[in-house]
Design a protein around this ligand. Sequence first.
Ligand SMILES: [Zn+2]
Length: 174
Amino acid sequence: MDTNTFSQQMKRLDDRFKGGKKTPDSTIRLYYDVLVNIPGYAFAEVVKRIIISERNYPTPEDLLQGWRIYQIEHAEKMISEVPETDCEYCNGFGGLDVTKDGYYKFLVRCGECDNWERTIPNKRIPRWTVKQIEDAGYWIHKPAPPKKRDIQRGAIKDMIEDAFENISDEDIPF
Ligand SMILES: [Zn+2]
């Protein structure tokens, strides 16, 4: 999420829990470092829920926890709500199969676009740019399917589950 979106949402928290007294910029930056990977549209929902249900100003962990709950509840919805953008590397799919030997391959989130927010919204799956893939001695196994809309949601879920099964720390060269 960008810093503007983040500041707007933090202001809502200030209004709710601190009577509008502004949280110091240094604190905002600390929160932002922890929460930067939450998409803006999701963070707004997380903040809204905290405003409705909590009594105290949230810690970064409270907000992360809200994001985890959001992901579980919105797994299906997220696939359709985030607009697809063009990407020449993943063709809008948001994921790339990478390999070193052409045989053993695994899924990473595409580091060249934000389509993964729609299709693979799980940050445990590494996100690599093409340069990172090449620098690590990997290559993209095959072009992603030509049209994302041909991919059934079930297939995306299967791919994510496969990725979890196959992934290990040795797979991540960074
Ligand atoms: Zn991409």
